[in-house]
Design a protein around this ligand. Structure first.
Ligand SMILES: [Zn+2]
Ligand SMILES: [Zn+2]
Length: 220
């Protein structure tokens, strides 16, 4: 049953998404989590004590700020500030204690949303490798998919879950990435060539977002 629940969004992303299917799954879960941190989680003591302690990363605070609940955000920032002020109640008095203070601040700088995304995403990587071995229609979709470099790394890491199909899985993954990197290279060359006055060509406006999609993230 768990496997079934996991496979549905994967089929969906691989069938309908042009770019990296895992970036699409990630963005979907991320959007839901940001929504939760602006709604039900605001008044939940457990969530609040963790977000007071860990905070949010720049990307996720930016998404929360762009959201619709400024009051909920302000309440969380208020108690986060109070928690951090407690940590800094006494000024460090020498080099050594200053280092300790720096390390203590770093320990309290993380992201509750990034943390909450980690485990479910890991389950997706494992499930994808297992689907390659178990679902007859999946290998073709997998071979055609445009995995970004970051998610490709995760898929290599999960290779053990492809079981007996591991060799095939790894060659499909590698062929796909090599194909997309080659295309990125020639797209970027063509884009740059458009700036040569001897060429009278208009650059493809989608070429750079596509390259970023392969090399960094599908979610610009
Ligand atoms: Zn991706
Ligand atoms: Zn984050």
């Amino acid at each position: 049953m768990q496997y079934q629940i996991q496979t549905m969004p994967i089929w969906d992303a691989y069938k309908t998404h042009d770019g990296c299917p895992l970036c699409a799954i990630f963005a979907d879960r991320e959007k839901r989590l940001v929504g939760q941190y602006l709604a039900e989680n605001v008044m939940d003591p457990d969530f609040r004590s963790t977000s007071n302690r860990i905070g949010f990363c720049p990307e996720h605070i930016r998404q929360m700020y762009a959201g619709q609940n400024k009051l909920g955000l302000a309440l969380q920032l208020e108690t986060r500030a109070a928690e951090m002020a407690k940590l800094l109640s006494k000024a460090p008095t020498d080099k050594k204690s200053a280092k300790k203070t720096a390390a203590m601040i770093e320990d309290h700088r993380g992201c509750v949303i990034c943390n909450a995304l980690k485990e479910p995403m890991e389950r997706y990587y494992m499930t994808i490798a297992a689907m390659y071995a178990n679902e007859s229609e999946f290998p073709e979709l997998f071979r055609e998919a445009h995995h970004c470099l970051a998610h490709a790394a995760m898929l290599y890491d999960a290779a053990a879950y492809a079981g007996k199909s591991v060799k095939d899985y790894l060659s499909a993954l590698t062929d796909g990435i090599k194909r997309d990197l080659k295309r990125t290279e020639s797209d970027m060359r063509a884009f740059a060539d458009c700036f040569d006055f001897r060429n009278n060509q208009k650059p493809d406006a989608q070429a750079i977002p596509r390259a970023i999609g392969v090399l960094i993230t599908d979610k610009l």
